[in-house]
Design a protein around this ligand. Structure first.
Ligand code: C5P
Length: 236
């Protein structure tokens, strides 16, 4: 399983994202396209970026009845993305339907990753609004296990949870982890952060890095630093 750095392309227009990608002359980074860019520009932006040779994690977090998710996933797999995701809270049946929809006729498919509990949901909100009367980390682990049972490839989680997820679901169960910051960088609105080197040590397979790269003075150099720290374990 390849360790890789995924750049979160949190831009809201085609021009902005293409200008950003033009900075990369030598590398073709793995990119995350989220709702903002996808809803602004539609599937054409995915095709266009794919044509430039990038791998794409399409972060649309599907959650609906199994049949609808299955059909939507079929459309996404035809878009030729490399990774996509859904909410584990949609049930094991929904996740199984998603996998079915995602699998192409030749048996290949993008990686499918589950969101467990959003990191914006506190234990208090989960218990008092959603009426899930369990500790938050127990719910996260149960949802990860449900994703594993449904046949998914892994989960999005904090690097701080990656080891626990792997202990529960196996070493090959992928952990995709945002919340990454350089040791000397700004934290912004992220709360529980780790450096790329620490994320590697904790067992993350993919780190998702947005602003430390997109807002850097030199984004290409910031990306290279992430790769050195995360893929090679060099602490800077
Ligand atoms: O700019 P930054 O590095 O904080 O970007 C992290 C990316 O990962 C953003 O696209 C954010 O929406 C996403 N993300 C996150 N925390 C989660 C799930 C997704 O930061 N729990």
């Amino acid at each position: 399983m390849g360790k890789d750095v995924i750049i979160a392309c949190d831009f809201n227009s085609k021009n902005e994202v293409l200008n950003f990608l033009d900075l990369f002359k030598e590398e073709k980074p793995f990119l995350k396209i989220g709702m903002e860019l996808y809803y602004a520009e539609g599937p054409e932006i995915v095709r266009q970026i794919k044509k430039r040779g990038h791998k794409i994690f399409l972060d649309l977090k599907l959650h609906d009845i199994p049949n609808t998710v299955m059909k939507a996933m079929k459309v996404l797999s035809n878009l030729d993305v490399d990774m996509c995701n859904l909410h584990a809270s949609g049930s094991i049946k929904m996740m199984e339907a998603a996998l079915q929809g995602l699998t192409r006729q030749d048996g290949t498919r993008p990686l499918l990753i589950a969101v467990t509990q959003l990191t914006s949901t506190s234990e208090e909100v989960m218990q008092n609004e959603l009426l899930i009367n369990k500790p938050l980390d127990e719910v996260v682990m149960q949802y990860a296990e449900n994703a594993k049972i449904a046949g998914l490839d892994g989960v999005v989680c904090s690097p701080l949870e990656a080891r626990k997820v792997k202990n529960k679901c196996g070493e090959n169960f992928i952990t995709v982890t945002p919340g990454v910051r350089f040791a000397d960088g700004e934290v912004g609105d992220q709360v529980r952060v780790t450096t790329p080197a620490k994320a590697k040590e904790l067992g993350s397979d993919y780190i998702v890095v947005g602003r430390p790269i997109t807002k850097a003075e030199n984004p290409v150099e910031a990306y290279r630093r992430c790769v050195r720290e995360f893929c090679l374990g060099i602490n800077e």
